[in-house]
Design a protein around this ligand. Structure first.
Ligand SMILES: CC(C)(COP(=O)(O)OP(=O)(O)OC[C@H]1O[C@@H](n2cnc3c(N)ncnc32)[C@H](O)[C@@H]1OP(=O)(O)O)[C@@H](O)C(=O)NCCC(=O)NCCS
Length: 287
């Protein structure tokens, strides 16, 4: 037995036993394509590619709310969509782009380049040439450089890439950078490991902390995001290779926010007296 009255329109009738739910009075769900054509022919609404162009008249009290996120798709343009996705992202060239930079692990062949980049530090904080030879010999895999190679004109000889920024590190078994980890073992060419007062001097190959001893950028290339790019790349490489539990560095106060922006945590004053002291411990834990 039917439970609707004769003056209700056919469109109000239940479909498969369910009354169509609609917040708009007198609006009903057409069941078939024929229903759609009939409604359209009656002028009840118009369709374009299946989308109602006009569902309510302007003077209707209850206006249908339009979702703010709604974006109309013009189906005539549908074949153009892959083209729009293929277009390169709009990107303003930066000072860094103009250097055509690339990062690469350093080796002992880069010692002179590192000495040159290290002039970015005040003299008392610079790593000596001997320490670069030692660190790049013992643990080159922990040392990363950012190089620039200019685009050449025709027939120009290929120049040597220029090192413009470096990160040089060793391993230590302590959670923070220590003065001992920064030292050069006296007899490092003959002895594999030097231990003094229970602590390894210099690189401790069994240490699970990577101690960064130098992050520096050639003065003429500072302020171009070289250090940021290098640090991001360094962290990503160490994290992905899963070769350490943490990265530690000591820094003066003005650079603490810079390191914190990469996820390093401020662990308070360092005991290091290197270069006159006054350092803060920063640690990026991976576990
Ligand atoms: C510190 C150093 C490595 C930064 O290199 P850089 O390539 O100029 O750094 P970036 O261009 O990537 O700078 C990124 C952010 O670092 C911070 N920063 C860089 N130099 C800074 C400084 N001297 N003081 C405070 N913040 C600084 C800024 O927040 C900067 O962001 P911004 O560009 O939006 O201002 C470089 O100045 C340097 O070699 N200094 C001498 C050596 C040194 O002190 N090393 C750090 C040892 S802990």
């Amino acid at each position: 037995m039917s439970n609707y009255t004769a003056d209700e329109s056919a469109a109000d009738q239940p479909i498969n036993g369910f009354k169509p739910s609609s917040s708009v009075e007198a609006f009903s769900l057409p069941a078939t394509g024929d229903d759609l054509s009939r409604l359209s022919a009656r002028g009840d609404f118009s369709m374009a590619n299946g989308i109602p162009l006009e569902e309510m008249s302007d003077d209707d009290d209850e206006e249908e709310e339009v979702d703010e996120d709604y974006v109309a798709v013009d189906h005539a343009d549908i074949n153009e969509v892959p083209y729009w996705f293929r277009r390169p992202a709009v990107h303003q060239r930066t000072k860094l782009d103009n250097l055509h930079p690339f990062v690469q692990v350093l080796t002992v062949s880069n010692v002179d380049d590192c000495v040159s980049v290290e002039t970015a530090f005040p003299e008392q904080e610079r790593c000596t040439r001997e320490k670069f030879v030692y660190r790049l010999d013992r643990c080159p895999e922990l040392c990363l450089g950012l190089f620039t190679l200019p685009i050449l004109g025709e027939n120009q000889p290929k120049p040597r890439p220029t090192l413009i920024g470096h990160i040089v590190a060793t391993r230590t078994s302590t959670p923070f950078v220590t003065d001992k980890s920064m030292e050069l073992p006296a007899n490092w060419q003959m002895e594999r490991r030097t231990v003094e007062n229970g602590e390894t001097v210099g690189h401790d190959e069994y240490g699970s902390t990577i101690a960064i001893h130098s992050l520096a950028v050639l003065p003429e290339h500072q302020g171009k995001q070289v250090a940021s790019t290098l640090m991001k790349s360094y962290i990503q490489r160490i994290r992905e290779a899963q070769i350490a539990e943490r990265i530690s560095i000591i820094s003066h106060d003005h650079l603490v926010p810079f390191y914190e922006s990469f996820g390093f945590e401020n662990r308070g004053p360092s005991n290091c007296q290197f270069g006159g002291g006054g350092w803060t411990n920063l640690v990026l834990d991976f576990i």
